[in-house]
Design a protein around this ligand. Structure first.
Ligand code: PHE
Length: 472
């Protein structure tokens, strides 16, 4: 297994397509299904969506290629991979800090991601139960008031033991696949769940398309109104692109570490970024027609998927079954992402402390469970605990929001800025040229983006994260 420093006996993806599926699995998750439609809805639709696509192409994709390139060259856990590229470039090994930040960020995101994974499990349970009470053919939540449906989420939030329990179950399932290794576990989950996910997503989208409001949704998501493209909307789009592509947390460095020499990284990265973007757009096309057709508000933000959407299933024939399938699909997507998040610190522990994989994964998961429980309880018994109250941007925030804010506003942008500088300016050009699989003008364009546009745009996110009032 992955204990050899030489890389020769390291576990690898069994094929290029296995890598693509696993990387797409990492990228496609709650970020696409829950966060993207919520952000698009809250930020005015078309302007956000089109700017988002530009961010993926011009900033996300170049960084994605940079990360996989470091990993593939290094053939190790993320920090060691960075050190190997640094040493081949006669640069300081301390550049490994960029991966160190990533490992920490992945661990923190894992902790709160599995809390939300737990909400998804809870909703799966709700819809299974509802099939028995409302029946299969009619709508979901028969005879229940809109208020009762809305209250599902706050009721869950008020229930500390349920939140922690569901968080635990989700984390244990994640742990199971990571403990089994790269080709024997991570790959398996992606191989089965990603295709199942795609089928469900397309099926529910087609179903929603016949429900009425498809044309309105297209208008809403793709009509570009320049006046809506404000500073905060642009930054929200850039941050979302980063989160959705799993960048800045050393995740793609880690997954790149299991990629064989013969794989063309540029082409593969383009496939991963396209798949992730297509899924985000499909998620919008899936959710909004259902929400709009039911006459509900599109700008509900985080509540869109968990509070607004369930209403819509009430009106729908076979509502409980469609609702169940919807949340199963979300669960699959979330699981392949949480697997990636757990893998990043696990791979580091295996490399650094020479501890076997199952134990390494258990150690990380145990830590994430402690943080996760605190995050889950910050919705109820710990709601008065504001751990970083002394820092203005975190004032009044509970532990869940602090974990989210610290990673999205600070650790991820810093990790990505350092990655861009390292690959663009520090690493040996020959090594970079050899690994990236790009040629000619495209290569120069990529280099330009990594050297200039990416760091500048990312510094923008960072500055606004620290000084949120900058845009007034
Ligand atoms: N990209 C994942 C999503 O959209 C989240 C994630 C971030 C996964 C970072 C791995 C690493 O849900």
């Amino acid at each position: 297994m992955a204990l050899s420093q030489s890389g020769a006996t390291r576990d690898h993806w069994s094929s290029r397509s296995a890598f693509i599926l696993a990387a797409v699995g990492s990228a496609v998750g709650l970020g696409n299904l829950w966060r993207f439609p919520a952000e698009a809805g809250a930020n005015g639709g078309g302007a956000f969506v089109l700017f988002y696509i530009a961010c993926v192409l011009l900033i996300g994709l170049p960084i994605l290629l940079s990360e996989t390139l470091i990993g593939r060259h290094g053939q190790s856990a993320a920090p060691e991979s960075v050190r190997r590229v640094a040493s081949a470039s006669r640069a300081s090994p301390r550049w490994d800090i960029l991966a160190g930040i990533g490992v920490l960020a992945a661990f923190m995101i894992l902790s709160f991601y599995c809390v939300v994974g737990g909400w998804v499990l809870y909703y799966i349970g709700v819809f299974i139960g509802d099939i028995f009470t409302s029946g299969v053919v009619g709508g979901a939540f028969a005879n229940q008031s809109p208020e009762a449906i809305e209250a599902l989420l706050p009721n869950l939030f008020a229930n500390g033991p349920m939140m922690v329990g569901m968080n635990f179950v989700f984390l244990v399932v994640t742990l199971y696949f990571v403990a089994r290794g790269v080709s024997g576990g991570i790959e398996i989950v992606a191989n089965y769940m990603m295709p199942a996910f795609f089928i469900l997503l397309v099926a529910i989208t087609v179903y929603g398309a016949f429900g009425g409001a498809f044309g309105q949704t297209l208008d809403y998501l793709f009509t570009f109104e320049p006046e809506k493209l404000t500073g905060p909307v642009m930054l929200a789009a850039l941050g979302q692109a980063f989160f959705s592509l799993s960048l800045g947390v050393a995740g793609m460095i880690t997954y790149g570490g299991y990629v064989g020499r013969n794989v063309n990284l540029a082409g593969t990265s383009a496939i991963i970024a396209s798949a992730d973007t297509v899924v985000a757009l499909l998620a919008g096309l899936c959710l909004f027609p259902i929400v709009i057709a039911a006459g509900l508000a599109v700008g509900a933000g985080p509540g869109l998927m968990f509070q607004t959407l369930p209403h819509a299933f009430q009106e729908m024939p076979f509502g409980s079954v469609v609702g169940l399938l919807f949340f199963v699909m979300v669960g699959f997507a979330a699981l392949t992402s949480s697997v990636a998040l757990l893998e990043v610190p696990t791979a580091w522990i295996i490399d650094r402390f020479r501890i076997v994989r199952p134990l390494s994964a258990i150690i990380v998961a145990a830590g994430a469970m402690v943080l996760g429980a605190l995050a889950a309880l910050s919705f109820n018994v710990l709601s008065d605990w504001h751990p970083l109250n002394f820092i203005p941007v975190f004032e009044g925030q509970g532990f869940f929001d602090v974990l989210d804010g610290l990673t999205a506003k600070f650790l991820m942008p810093i990790g990505a800025i350092l990655t861009a500088i390292f690959v663009g300016w520090i690493a040996d050009r020959k090594l970079i040229d050899m690994e990236n699989g790009l040629g000619g003008a495209l290569h120069l364009f990529w280099l330009f983006l990594v050297r200039f546009l990416c760091p500048i745009a990312l510094v923008g996110i960072l500055v606004v994260g620290i000084f949120p009032d900058l845009f007034g």
